[in-house]
Design a protein. Structure first.
Length: 94
């Protein structure tokens, strides 16, 4: 695990349980959802922290859900709120 991952884990462990995965990703639970943090090298001296989080899952798709996700996607400054459709249910991801 690199220096930035160690710093992230140290800070987050003060407020919530953090699991360090074999590949160095940090997995945590917040508000009943799962999140994954990964450090991605962008250039020699620059690293990016990537966050993926399940915001909701197994929802019944309807116009109201689509409108809410569209509004969140429009208002999110960093990242993308996405509606993932599968069979007759949808998941919402950040």
């Amino acid at each position: 695990m690199g220096q930035l991952e160690r710093r992230l884990a140290s800070v987050l462990e003060e407020i919530m349980p953090v699991r360090v995965e074999d590949d160095g990703a940090l997995t945590l639970q917040h508000g009943g959802t799962l999140a994954s943090l990964r450090v991605v090298p962008v250039s020699e001296d620059l690293e990016l922290v990537s966050l993926s989080q399940v915001l909701a899952w197994d929802l019944k798709p309807d116009k109201r859900i689509r409108a809410i996700v569209d509004e969140y996607a429009h208002n999110t400054m960093l990242g993308t709120v996405t509606l993932l459709e599968k069979d007759d249910e949808v998941d919402v991801m950040l």
